[in-house]
Ligand binder design. Structure first.
Ligand SMILES: C[S@@+](CC[C@H](N)C(=O)[O-])C[C@H]1O[C@@H](n2cnc3c(N)ncnc32)[C@H](O)[C@@H]1O
Length: 365
């Protein structure tokens, strides 16, 4: 059922496409997996150099790891197995035998609307860890104080807790009329998004600061923008601006209303290294161990079929679009987006320069 109101989208009520179908996130998230695997070596280095294994062996000998915004597998299974492997390698290097290795408990977190059934049904049978599901927003505290050793999060912290209210208010200078994203909008809209990200990222850091033990580690991967680049030059902005102008075309054709487009905005933000570093330093709970763009530019290093790119973006945003505009426009919108992406293949080459994936490793002070 289409939503004609101007009510703000609630990000907690939408998630990645569930199940195992053709348009599901589990079948359309290989680009994210390839991206996060580019940091495998750095993750091993940080665990080898900075994780203090004596800290967990003196308590219950259990290592508690959380994946925040895990969605549905398989990316999260690979990531958790890799972290556990890196810790076991470190234990080995300290002379521990396998019988002295710690036990592992993995907490899979996502919004309550996430498809936890598929996530748990598809868990790898050979997994070497105990499993728990933790529904709820990572913008608040999810675990007891000082209970976690390692927190991991990939492709999730660029999601905002809400669309900034002023971009949806008709009488505000920040009203984002006729667009669904801030990247090509006025400075007022960009500022409203930046302020929301600053608030949200600070909440994320403070909540993790309470949950992670001193010396514990947090790994995150975020879609981000190179310092000094205009946000409209980012590949995510290309997709969302294209989707926004297709929606406006559909409004002109009477398939939806312009008011529906004016009242819809994606709750995503692309921080820059400078912005993110400043927020981490101001927050104060963590020291920065690594902060760097990974060499991951989908469509730039190797050609990607427009249908694959379209399916990946569909798996991520379909639920949000459907909740606001109604499910009946989805196929038409993504058919048109596919045509648009296919017509602009060369553009991807220049878009990679604006940065794609920022990797950050933090250590709890
Ligand atoms: C693009 S998916 C990334 C999934 C997985 N980490 C990966 O790398 O493939 C982003 C995930 O973050 C989740 N997410 C967004 N905001 C969240 C929040 N406030 N709390 C918990 N999960 C959130 C979404 O529901 C979604 O499953």
């Amino acid at each position: 059922m289409a939503n004609d109101s101007t009510a703000s989208l609630d990000p907690s009520s939408s998630s990645m496409n569930c199940g195992n179908g053709n348009f599901s996130y589990s079948k359309n998230s290989t680009l994210q997996r390839v991206g996060s695997m580019k940091a495998n070596t750095i993750i091993e280095e940080v665990i080898a150099d900075r994780l203090i294994i004596e800290k967990f062996s003196t308590s219950s000998n259990t290592v508690r790891i959380a994946d925040l915004g895990c969605s549905v597998g398989p990316n999260t299974y690979f990531a958790m197995q890799h972290i556990i492997g890196a810790i076991e390698k470190k234990c080995e290097s300290k002379g521990l035998s396998p019988s002295q290795f710690p036990e592992f408990q993995v907490f899979f977190n996502d919004q309550t609307t996430n498809d936890f059934n598929t996530l748990f049904t598809c868990l790898p049978p050979e997994k070497k860890y105990f499993v728990a599901g933790v529904p709820g927003s990572f913008h608040g505290q999810l675990f007891p104080s000082s209970s976690m050793n390692i927190v991991y999060s990939s492709f999730s912290f660029h999601w905002l807790s809400q669309v900034p209210k002023e971009v949806q208010m008709k009488d505000s200078p920040s009203w984002n009329k006729g667009r669904i994203f801030y990247a090509s909008a006025s400075d007022e809209v960009v500022q409203a998004y930046a302020a929301q990200f600053a608030k949200d990222f600070d909440s994320i850091l403070s909540a993790r600061g309470k949950e992670i033990i001193s010396g514990g580690i947090m790994f995150t991967f975020m879609l981000a923008l190179q310092d000094g680049c205009h946000p409209s030059k980012h590949i995510l902005s290309f997709f969302l601006d294209a989707a926004g102008s297709i929606l406006m075309d559909m409004a002109h054709e009477g398939l939806i209303t312009a008011a529906q487009v004016d009242s819809f905005n994606m709750p995503l933000y692309l921080g820059t290294p400078k912005e993110i570093t400043g927020l981490i330093e101001r927050n104060g709970w963590f020291s920065i161990e690594r902060l760097k763009f990974l060499d991951h530019k989908p469509g730039v290093d190797e050609p990607i079929e427009p249908s694959k790119h379209t399916a990946h973006i569909r798996a991520v945003i379909q639920d949000f679009i459907g909740a606001h505009f109604g499910a009946e426009i989805i196929d038409e919108l993504f058919d048109r987006l596919h045509t648009n992406i296919a017509a602009h293949r060369d553009l991807h080459l220049s878009l990679g320069k604006a940065g794609v994936l920022l990797f950050v490793a933090l250590r709890r002070k």
